[in-house]
Design a protein around this ligand. Sequence first.
Ligand SMILES: Cc1cc2nc3c(=O)[nH]c(=O)nc-3n(C[C@H](O)[C@H](O)[C@H](O)COP(=O)(O)OP(=O)(O)OC[C@H]3O[C@@H](n4cnc5c(N)ncnc54)[C@H](O)[C@@H]3O)c2cc1C
Length: 378
Amino acid sequence: MRTDYDVAVVGGGLLGSAIAWGLGRLGKRVAVLDEGDITKRASRANFALVWVQSKGLGMPAYTVWTVHASQAWGRLALELKQQTGLDVALQQNGGFHLTLGDDEFGQRTELVKRMHNQTGAADYKMEMLSASEVKKSLPLIGPEVSGGSYCPLDGHVNSLRTFRAFHTGFRAFGIDYFPERPVSAISKSGGEFRLATPKGELRAAKIVLAAGNANQTLAPMVGLYAPMGPTRGQIVVTERTMPFLPHPLTTIRQTDEGTVMIGDSKEDELDDRALKHSISAVMTDRAQRMFPHLSRLNVVRSWAGIRVMPQDGFPIYDQSETHPGAFVACCHSGVTLASNHAFEIARMVAQGALEPELVGAFSASRFGGAGAANNSGY
Ligand SMILES: Cc1cc2nc3c(=O)[nH]c(=O)nc-3n(C[C@H](O)[C@H](O)[C@H](O)COP(=O)(O)OP(=O)(O)OC[C@H]3O[C@@H](n4cnc5c(N)ncnc54)[C@H](O)[C@@H]3O)c2cc1C
């Protein structure tokens, strides 16, 4: 392994890949160290929304950060296409959260009010629509749909293709990707970080810990803190069907290939192998009540994934005081925030310091006090 890297990124999931790609784009010499292919990765299990509405209740800075990401996503998709030829199928023409029955409509209306009443949050024009207003955009909704919320900044993408595009981009930028190199220890001496792996030591001037839930154990090695409380989510995928859903929903989206993805369960359990059919049944039942014609489709696959979930649901970006040059990055919504990671976080790491005005609110120092309510949403 080469030892003369500007930055070593620990973790090759969506966060590590976006940050490494962004650093390569700035001309930095970058190494990405990752575990083996069979490890749990949120980046291969997600629902792929680029989602703004309902983000940031309890932390207005997160709303601002998410809106910033949504607005930068087009540029990211374009740069990836120009560099790799891969179209990540970004669609950003607004998204819905549909409600079934009056109670759900009332609860959603209350949430929208609370979001709008927050001071300091970006205005992203989330609004409640009646069932007849929703029907103008989504003509196939069923009679139980009572309405829903809509936000024009919401969208979705092909997240696996995005992941692949970042890795394809690594080659063009000369980034070294090292799979099968789980980092077990980190030290700093002679102005360099030394990362211990089963295949030898790698040295770099700076490090970014982007190892998902493993950040919890890696961060303290360099004086950082990343408290996590991971949750599990299940997703059901149908066979391909005619285009019927021109906008993604929080819980249903139609991919560019025609399949319908149904998702957004949240469980405390951390086993991503055992699928719970009771959960799939609830999700598919709700989906069919929203769009009755879905009952004619076959389910072709289903999976569970473990989210990377900081303790209060909001991102953690921090830099070490005891080990200058060490950074940590972890969050839920790593698809949505990929543009921020590629452009903003990479730029700050390259410059050597996080900018408080952009990401100061996300320092783990906030866990010294009471955490905000868990409200990450998608
Ligand atoms: C069911 C589900 C639905 C989701 N839906 C959405 C959505 O719609 N929109 C959205 O924006 N986000 C969504 N997410 C969240 C999103 O997928 C994650 O935020 C994102 O994938 C996190 O990426 P990551 O790189 O931090 O973590 P991971 O993908 O978990 O990657 C971490 C990487 O670190 C590596 N690693 C771990 N330990 C070490 C070590 N010691 N040394 C080296 N490497 C190590 C692992 O092998 C892995 O490759 C969803 C997640 C799930 C599970």
